[in-house]
Design a protein around this ligand. Structure first.
Ligand code: FHN
Length: 616
């Protein structure tokens, strides 16, 4: 497992940014760009023995704030905001769009640059923005530092297409620095959205010149990390597309992610750093939708607009209600996801009042009667099926049933159990009413004695005994045999104990420096010691091939060559028992990934930890 270079997080001022950037922009680490910028296949990259997996995002200290905070503010703000969603063409026709307005309205480059030169967000008030986030109960902010139009919202030294050098804005100001200060003062994390796809940089579309753009992109990202110390980078614009052509590849994503991990080992990165797959970055990014349950193999965050646009559009008054927004937040939390809710400031930098009002209403709900307990630090209910009348999240020995359809007087809320557990007590947050708890054939019936406390959602807090969980094991890991062929034939070249099956060898890496990056195999054997007696879901994240046997039975057969993919099996495991395990893995060519995760009604999803793996 690669140990990232330790790095004291430096809080540097914009001055350092200016000095740092005044020096030559840093070369691409392990750069592959040929001197003339032409793209080469033989890039000098990390080689055999490299493993890009740095930790388990489901349990690492690095991602704990992200898994705790649950609720963030997205801000789409850029040169496009100056048009406020509308462009009148020279022929008098009006075209409408928000952050895609340059392309969707075919605004000529010089016309777009000319309008950007009048951009003056003088009323951008970082204190008010952070205040609105705080009032909403949001715990982190992600602001567009550069969207597809390539316009940088900070005083980058990489080019002059930015808010400092190409606008009517006060040249003494730096809105990202202002936001960083206010966010730090308010205890809110700050992250940056950064679009890989760049409509403005002339070197972007052509694969032959793309390395020159890539070098500038790395330099800008280093500026952002060095000058503002972001907690998170939210990449976008990674997809295959034309107009303009996007040369970005999964392999480019591998290298960028590796660079960023070295730049700041604490950084959280989304899966659009690569190709929006389960093996890219730390978390998945469903957009304008909420997955119907926990996502296999990756953390996740759903991003959504408050109306119908990301960037400001003056005519779009189609605002979601705060009830809908709170219920979206409850749904994401109850499925172990985060909710990133967007605001689009106008040309002057002001967040629209209807946005501010709805955010404040969300915050009121979260603060009322401790209802926020159902969100912050909470996760997938697990012990019960998701009910039709609301959402159930879990935090330790508490289940929070957020009821959006309160039963008729005397009616009961049915909960279907996924495992044996006890309800020790129940109470309605914000009410002294009694809640009768009755066991049913398949779970529990909760019968409240009074009214709902809140039409948006009323939270019933259950104190539960989740049933016996054995102490942590004393395992050191599975026995691992590494073969120099994908058939796992002959004698293993390497035999050792592997702490956990959590590997991202990607394109250039392999399990050992003596093993080539392609055409290798791995076999793990030993015993698996569950801590609960339950039906577990085992999941592999593999590329190219994988098979898993438990107690001699083949439970996952993913031996068909495939790209990064999740395969799952339900297996009954008994606490304290050491279940025999064999895992075969083969890498033929291209990317190589292999992780083994588990979850159960009482065990949240994680890479199977070392303590539960034995080498015999
Ligand atoms: O094209 C962008 C879009 O403008 C917006 O930024 C969203 C927000 O996640 N992302 C892309 C569309 O998936």
């Amino acid at each position: 497992m690669r140990t990232p270079r330790s790095r004291t997080r430096r809080r540097v001022t914009a001055l350092t940014l200016l000095l740092t950037a005044a020096l030559a922009a840093p070369a691409l680490p392990a750069a592959g760009a040929a001197p003339d910028g032409a793209r080469t296949s033989a890039r000098s990259e990390p080689g055999p023995g490299t493993d890009h997996a740095v930790d388990d995002p489901f349990t690492s200290g690095r991602t704990s704030w992200f898994r705790q905070d649950r609720f963030g503010m997205f801000i789409h703000f850029g040169a496009y905001s100056n048009l406020e969603g509308e462009y009148t063409r020279p022929d008098g026709t009006v075209c409408r769009n928000a952050e895609w307005i340059q392309r969707e309205c075919q605004i000529p480059k010089d016309a777009y640059e000319k309008q950007a030169a009048t951009f003056d967000p003088a009323d951008f008030d970082a204190k008010a923005v952070v205040g609105a986030a705080k009032d909403a109960g949001m715990k982190y902010i992600v602001i567009t530092s550069k969207h597809h139009d390539g316009y940088a919202m900070w005083p980058t030294k990489v080019n002059s297409w930015n808010l400092r050098d190409h606008s009517a804005f006060d040249k003494r100001r730096d809105i990202l620095a202002e936001l960083k200060k206010e966010a730090d003062d308010a205890g809110i994390k700050l992250g940056f959205y950064y679009s890989i796809w760049d409509w403005h940089d002339p070197d972007f579309p052509d694969p032959a010149t793309f390395p020159r753009y890539e070098k500038r992109m790395y330099a800008q990202l280093k500026e952002l990390v060095d000058a503002y110390d972001p907690a998170l980078l939210w990449f976008d614009g990674e997809w295959d597309t034309e107009n303009p052509h996007n040369p970005w590849t999964a392999r480019d994503g591998e290298r960028l992610e590796s660079y960023l991990r070295d730049l700041d080992p604490e950084l959280i990165v989304n899966n659009r750093v690569g190709k929006r797959r389960v093996v890219d970055g730390d978390y998945g990014t469903p957009e304008q939708e909420i997955p119907d349950g926990p996502v296999d193999g990756q953390l996740w965050e759903s991003c959504m607009t408050l109306n119908g646009h990301w960037g400001y559009a003056r005519y779009d008054q189609n605002w979601k209600s705060s009830t809908t927004l709170v219920r979206n937040l409850l749904a994401t939390t109850s499925r172990s996801g985060n909710y990133l809710l967007n605001v689009g400031p106008d040309a002057r930098g002001r967040i629209p009042e209807p946005s501010v009002d709805r955010l404040a209403e969300m915050g009121s709900w979260l603060r009322a009667d401790g209802q926020g307990e159902a969100v912050y630090g909470a996760r997938y209910g697990g012990l019960v099926e998701e009910p039709s009348w609301g959402a159930v999240s879990r935090k330790g020995d508490k289940l929070y049933a957020a009821v959006t359809q309160w039963p008729e007087p005397g009616g009961a809320l049915q909960l279907k159990a996924r495992t044996a557990f006890e309800v020790k007590s129940a109470r309605v947050l914000g009410s002294g009413q009694k809640v009768e708890v009755a066991k049913t054939a398949d779970g529990y019936a909760l019968t409240p004695s009074g009214e709902a406390t809140n039409p948006t959602g009323t939270v019933v807090e259950l104190t539960v005994d989740p049933g016996p969980t054995a102490p942590e094991g004393s395992g050191k890991g599975f026995r691992q045999e590494v073969f120099d062929n994908a058939e796992l034939a002959g004698e293993p070249k390497v035999t050792r104990v592997d702490a956990d099956v959590n590997h991202a060898w990607k394109y250039a890496g392999s399990p050992h420096p003596d093993i080539a990056s392609d055409d290798f195999g791995v076999r793990w054997t030993g015993t698996l010691e569950p801590r609960r007696t339950e039906t577990y879901t085992l999941a592999t994240v593999s590329d190219d091939r994988a098979r898993v046997w438990i107690d001699g039975e083949l439970v996952i057969d993913a031996w068909d060559p495939h790209g990064p993919r999740v395969d799952k099996a339900q297996v009954d495991l008994k606490a304290g028992t050491r279940h025999k395990v064999r895992i075969d893995y083969a890498e033929q060519s291209g990317e190589a990934h292999m992780k083994l995760l588990w979850s159960s009604p009482g065990q949240e999803q994680q890479v199977v930890p070392r303590a539960q793996l034995h080498d015999s």
